[in-house]
Write a protein that binds this ligand. Structure first.
Ligand code: PLP
Length: 476
């Protein structure tokens, strides 16, 4: 590659790393940043300039002034020091948003995590006996009390719980499952794949839309180890359909001396129909129907931390606990702290609904959401900038997290338009704000749904728009 004299000069004008390090030592904004980060930032900035000089021979040399380079170094070092995992504002209206961390913990859970995190605890110490205990005992009694089951176990997540149960109960044996329940959820969890990993052999019965008790009965043979029901949590088969009732499956299991397992996916303890939502099976109902092992997530409708919960018959749970896989899937103490505090709230349903954010947001009624929508729209109008307009729109929210897939929750959203800025650009600018604000685009408007926006986040959103209007200069 030919390098012009001008380019040679520009390259020579770039300061050395050592000089910039010396200059950086005088920058107050860099004082608290580790030297390794500063050096890395300097190298990156200088490399980028070298590249630009080679690509752009007519580059304005004022950009290479030391104070300009130092500003860039400071900015780069700041962004290297910022957390990768950041608090984010969910303006999507999807309550259990897997990409945004699913459930927000209740204050009681946050407090208990904070109390346990920095101290020793009796995680695996039996205080009554003064000897080694089991971390699994911490939430077992509570889970039994809430579900009516004989025994319980919490592991890392529900995918792990399903894998563990299948491996324990049906390794090398056939597991009978309806074709209508061959579920795939996001993030590559597919029932047939998990089944294969567990060493169980999938035996599909029935058809996509209809499966009858006789389909199960005919499939049972000497190699059968388990009857499985999977809650079709993220889709629904409608029209000419038939699924086998849980009670029929339980009876079939009893007749053939086979355990029945149900993966509820988004398990919950509260009957949602009381609060105007469509029905989702409760954990108690499955246990009461006689299902031997029930699995569900901790951070979907339950509104707790990521966890996989297994409840069911003592004899089966004993085998599951003894499986070496359990150790590989074990739950962490911070998760246990959050889970115990969340479960305790369920002892009083009114308490649970008032204090668990996932439930509070799901059950929020339109008038309450509209109040927040109006406050947000007013805040944006108070920016007193003719370029921005905000209107209320009747668009629904979603439960998300593979629960209530067909249910549109009536909501009141705020749609924003900024003259001269495309909705895509608005979406991107808000997404890259700190904290990031995630909304969606519909009908040419940037839409924010206050169902999932906390009271104290309205001000931050208004600030972000204020910032955007200030920094955005029309292209021509
Ligand atoms: C979500 C879900 C899972 C996986 O649960 P995670 O807690 O995400 O591991 C398994 N089965 C069903 C039916 C689900 O909906």
């Amino acid at each position: 590659m030919d390098i012009s004299d001008r380019q040679q000069n520009l390259l020579r004008r770039l300061p050395g790393v050592d000089l910039l390090i010396t200059l950086a030592q005088e920058e107050s904004d860099l004082r608290t940043i580790p030297k390794s980060v500063i050096v890395r930032s300097i190298r990156e900035i200088l490399d980028a300039w070298r590249q630009r000089i080679l690509e752009q021979p007519d580059l304005d040399d004022r950009q290479l002034a030391h104070d300009h380079l130092l500003r860039q170094v400071t900015e780069r070092a700041g962004s290297l020091q910022a957390f990768n995992l950041q608090r984010t504002i969910n303006a999507t209206g999807v309550v259990i948003h897997t990409n945004l961390g699913r459930s927000c913990l209740a204050q009681a859970a946050i407090d208990h995590v904070a109390a346990i995190a920095g101290r020793y605890s009796n995680l695996e110490f039996d205080l009554a006996r003064g000897q080694r205990g089991s971390r699994y005992s911490i939430v077992e009694a509570l889970l039994c009390e809430l579900s009516g089951a004989e025994a319980a176990l919490a592991v890392n997540n529900n995918a792990g719980a399903v894998l563990l149960c299948l491996d324990t109960l049906a390794h090398g044996k056939k597991v009978i499952l309806s074709r209508g329940e061959m579920v795939e959820i996001g993030g590559s969890f597919r029932i047939p794949d998990v089944m294969a990993k567990s060493g169980a052999i999938l035996k599909e019965v029935g058809t996509t839309n209809r499966t009858h008790p006789r389909d199960y009965a005919q499939a049972i043979d000497a190699d059968t180890g388990l009857l499985l029901k999977v809650h079709t949590s993220n889709y629904s088969i409608v029209g000419f359909t038939a699924a086998v009732a849980l009670t029929d499956m339980v009876e079939l299991g009893r007749q053939h001396d086979l355990p029945v397992m149900e993966d509820l996916g988004s398990g919950n303890f509260v009957d949602l129909t009381q609060y105007g939502l469509s029905a989702e099976p409760t954990v108690q109902a499955s246990v009461a129907a006689g299902v031997d092992v029930v699995t569900f997530s901790g951070d979907k409708l339950l509104g707790g931390p990521q966890a996989g919960i297994i409840v069911g018959r003592r004899a089966l749970l004993e085998r599951i606990k003894a499986n070496p896989l359990t150790r590989a899937l074990r739950i962490d103490k911070l998760t246990l702290a959050a889970l115990e505090a969340t479960l305790r709230l369920y002892r009083d349903e009114t308490d649970a609904i008032a204090k668990i954010p996932t439930l509070r947001m799901l059950f929020a009624q339109r008038p309450e959401i509209e109040v927040r929508a109006r406050r947000l729209a007013q805040g944006l109008r108070d920016l007193a900038d003719k370029r921005i307009s905000a209107e209320l729109c009747d668009l629904p929210s979603r439960a998300g997290g593979g629960s209530l897939p067909l249910m549109a929750l009536p909501s009141c959203c705020v749609g924003v338009r900024i003259a001269g800025l495309s909705p895509n650009r608005v979406e991107k600018e808000l997404r890259t704000f700190r904290p990031p604000i995630i909304g969606r685009i519909e009908n040419g408007l940037f839409i924010m749904d206050p169902r999932t926006i906390a009271e104290d986040e309205i001000e931050i959103i208004v600030q972000a728009f204020g910032n955007l209007l200030k920094t955005y200069i029309p292209a021509d």
